[in-house]
Design a protein around this ligand. Structure first.
Ligand code: KMH
Ligand code: ZN
Length: 273
């Protein structure tokens, strides 16, 4: 079977040091954690950053510093978040795109997000898609529920996105699609042929859905953004520990983790440097 692209979502916007003391926060810590994740088998770093107080920020300069720290240590694909944190404006969320990272996220719909709302109106989505196109960034479509696939295809019709698309199924957010095998099968069957996909299972859904993706020919995202535990009640020691486990299982199933360059070719990314 084809190589597997492992994405490390190491920081997120919601998790804190109180949840897991090993959360990387400063640009240096993010660079170090990324190096460990790449060594363990990750090819993509899904990037959120924090301000000096540890709060989520979309500040361009903080992103630039974290990206420099990652690039100094690895050749990983950096995928900046345009999701940011709930409550941020569209302009705030789009700020890191002008750094022209190789990849970014694009959520194609609004979803209840625990007690909050992750707001992505058609106007927001079209704004992000235009910015993404302007800066030549390869988008990963974040799918929190099945209707978001159709919304992405509408953007293709409008010329704002091009096929083939790459999807990330974010499953198990309270308010979004549940993190079950049945729902993963439905999502995979609902995307156009020729698409690539990865799965980000939230909490205890991370491991079983990751294993399903390995077997089904998909790709996998792990990390503290989605899950802070190694097993029930046992905190993960690091993001790299979660990456290493999924890489180990993938190898056992005959799927070697892709290097960053192999992942570029799987995900249709052309390097401009
Ligand atoms: N923090 C969530 C509200 C993304 O990175 O694009 C949104 C999120 C999605 O994390
Ligand atoms: Zn994210």
């Amino acid at each position: 079977m084809d190589k597997i692209v492992i994405t490390a979502a190491m920081v997120g916007a919601e998790v804190t040091r109180e949840h897991n003391p090993a959360l990387p926060i400063t640009p240096e810590e993010i660079g170090e954690a990324a190096a460990e994740c790449v060594k363990a088998g990750a090819a993509v770093i899904h990037l959120h950053v924090r301000d000096e107080e540890g709060k989520p920020t979309q500040d361009r300069e903080v992103f630039r510093r974290a990206m420099d720290e990652i690039r100094r240590r690895t050749d990983a694909i950096i995928q900046v978040s345009t999701g940011g944190a709930v409550g941020m404006t569209a302009e705030e969320r789009a700020a890191p795109l002008s750094l022209m990272p190789e990849m970014c996220t694009l959520t194609t719909g609004t979803v209840n997000f625990g007690d909050d709302v992750f707001f992505n109106s058609p106007e927001y989505i079209e704004f992000f898609a235009s910015e993404i196109k302007k800066y030549g960034v390869r988008p990963e479509i974040e799918v929190f529920d099945v209707g978001m696939i159709d919304s992405a295809l509408r953007l293709v019709k409008k010329g704002l996105l091009s096929l083939p698309l790459h999807f990330d199924f974010v499953m198990g957010v309270p308010g979004g699609i549940p993190g079950t095998p049945k729902h993963l099968l439905h999502l995979v069957e609902s995307i156009p042929s020729g698409s690539t996909w990865t799965v980000a299972g939230i909490g205890r859904a991370e491991l079983p859905l990751g294993v399903m993706a390995i077997v089904m020919g998909g790709h996998v995202r792990v990390g503290f953004e989605d899950n802070i535990f190694y097993s029930r009640g046992v905190l993960a020691e690091s993001n790299a520990q979660l990456v290493a486990r999924i890489a180990r299982i993938a190898r056992e199933c005959g799927r070697e983790p892709a290097t960053p360059d192999e992942a570029r070719s799987i995900l249709g990314i052309r390097r401009s440097e």
